[in-house]
Design a protein around this ligand. Structure first.
Ligand code: SPV
Ligand code: MG
Length: 290
């Protein structure tokens, strides 16, 4: 099965598909190695890795190039975070084929205005486009893809914007009607109550996608028990793990005025060389270097 088919089959089977965020190919390789079913091509993580806000500061080309680089070294499906689609339905029509060609198996597009602000920022600027406008963007995305198994996920930010459950359900149903294969419902509440209320009220036929960053107490087992969720995305745990690990190591080296104490605890240089695809290069060397 192709990567696209695997993601599509997972959605059809209703078995929970887990996607870990990545901000570069190495973090994506580590996510695959750990056993996640897919990669989340997170805009937040990529922006953070450039040390700029997740607010459409980076260009779509920068994100697209990273998705291509990630897809080229991983064998699990990549779900690309295309924010608001980088403009209106016209932009979406041109952008989606580029992501498909880059090797992504899905795009997630959110119903905020362009330029966006990141969802979990306290007092962020959260403004949504008209429901009809976003339906047009979803329909444009569906029409623009070539592979029938390429997945288009509509994300509503109604709860993030504080517009309430009714608006969230209305929009999610409208986006399903426009052709979305799944609905991502996001929340920044520190408990899962708001999300659980939405899931309970969800009467659509397509699966839901959750990003439990703000309410980490909701486990995969809990999510499976809900029965309506197809994908769980771990939105920013690669960059947060990397920041934590770098901070600890850097502080130790500064304290010790040398690398003598950190060295034994770090992955070896050999391990990094392996992650760089050393086996493949050795094979090429053996066959062709004469
Ligand atoms: C991302 O990871 O870029 C997301 C999820 O879109 S969040 O940052 O929670 O909005
Ligand atoms: Mg994002």
């Amino acid at each position: 099965m192709s990567k696209h088919q695997r993601l599509r089959a997972a959605l059809d089977s209703r078995e929970l598909f887990t996607a870990m965020a990545a901000h570069n190919p190495l973090s994506a390789v580590l996510a695959e190695e750990a056993g996640f079913h897919g990669i989340w091509g997170s805009g937040f993580e990529l922006s953070a890795s450039y040390a700029v806000p997740d607010a459409n500061i980076l260009s779509s080309g920068t994100h697209l190039d990273m998705m291509r680089a990630i897809a080229s070294v991983t064998s699990i499906p990549l779900i690309a975070d295309i924010d608001t689609g980088f403009g209106n339905a016209v932009n979406v029509s041109y952008v989606v084929p580029l992501y498909e060609a880059a090797g992504a198996s899905a795009v997630v597009m959110e119903d905020k205005t362009f330029p966006k602000d990141t969802s979990l920022r306290a007092d962020g600027r959260q403004e949504l486009v008209r429901l009809e406008e976003f339906q047009g963007k979803i329909a444009a995305a569906v029409q623009a893809k070539s592979d029938k198994d390429f997945v288009v996920i509509a994300r509503t930010e109604s709860l993030i914007a504080g517009l309430g459950q009714e608006e969230a359900i209305t929009r999610a149903l409208a986006y399903e009607a426009a052709g979305a294969d799944a609905i991502l419902i996001h929340s920044k509440q520190p408990t899962p109550d708001e999300i659980l209320q939405f899931v309970k009220a969800w009467s659509g036929t397509v699966p839901l996608v959750l990003v439990p960053t703000a309410y980490p107490q909701l486990t995969e087992k809990d999510i499976e028990a809900l029965g309506k969720v197809g994908i769980v995305i771990y939105g920013n745990h690669a960059i947060r793990a990397a920041v934590g690990a770098m901070r600890t190591t850097f502080a130790q080296i500064i304290k010790d005025r040398g690398i003598q104490h950190v060295d034994p605890d770090l992955p070896s240089v050999k391990e990094i060389i392996m992650l760089q695809g050393d086996e493949r290069m050795r094979d090429i060397e053996r066959r062709y270097l004469r």
